[in-house]
Design a protein around this ligand. Structure first.
Ligand code: UDP
Ligand code: MG
Length: 155
């Protein structure tokens, strides 16, 4: 099983979408193994968005991501990284497909409601960036046999 990081960005928090977004991931069958509010600052954002620090929109991205606390979620499941990216939709919300979070709730390329890790390698780094080890809970919900077959559940 993989564990991936989702941030409900200030755009999602301010729009009152925390419950809606969490509901989608829960109904899908992902396990919430970490969850908290966190106020971000430019230091953690320079790490988290290291691939974007030299882009002209980076100061605006920092302002956007620090406008309110974000909700940090660690979600576990089989192929959780790609499953959650698919549920998130492409970066520009106006191009994101209906049925995805960005496609259903966003109109912006920057104010796009959620962050989701893009690869298993980055997911491991990002979960460790936003959660201390004691904040991730290894438990198996009793619903797992209804979500996976035994082979899937063991992997
Ligand atoms: N972003 C932006 N302008 C751009 C590209 C990205 O403001 O031209 C913001 C947007 O909020 C995006 C974040 O930077 O979600 C991270 O960009 P990335 O390319 O990693 O997209 P994501 O993985 O979030 O889809
Ligand atoms: Mg990204």
């Amino acid at each position: 099983m993989e564990t991936t990081l989702v941030l409900i960005k200030p755009s999602g928090v301010q729009r009152g979408l925390i419950g809606e977004i969490l509901n989608r991931f829960e109904r899908k069958g992902l396990t919430v193994v970490g969850m908290k509010l966190k106020q971000l600052d430019s230091e953690i954002l320079r790490e988290h968005y290291a691939h974007l620090v030299d882009r002209p929109f980076f100061p605006s991205l920092v302002r956007s991501m620090t406008a309110t606390p974000v909700v940090c979620l660690a979600l576990r499941g089989l192929d959780a990284v790609s499953v959650v990216r698919q549920m998130t939709g492409v970066t520009n919300s106006r191009l994101a497909l209906p049925g995805t979070i960005r496609g259903d709730f966003g109109m912006s390329g920057q104010e796009n409601i959620v962050h989701a890790s893009d690869t298993p390698e980055n997911a491991a780094l990002e979960v460790a960036r936003f959660f201390a080890p004691g904040e991730i809970f290894d438990y198996k919900p009793c619903t797992l046999p209804a979500i996976y077959n035994p082979d899937e559940a063991a992997s």
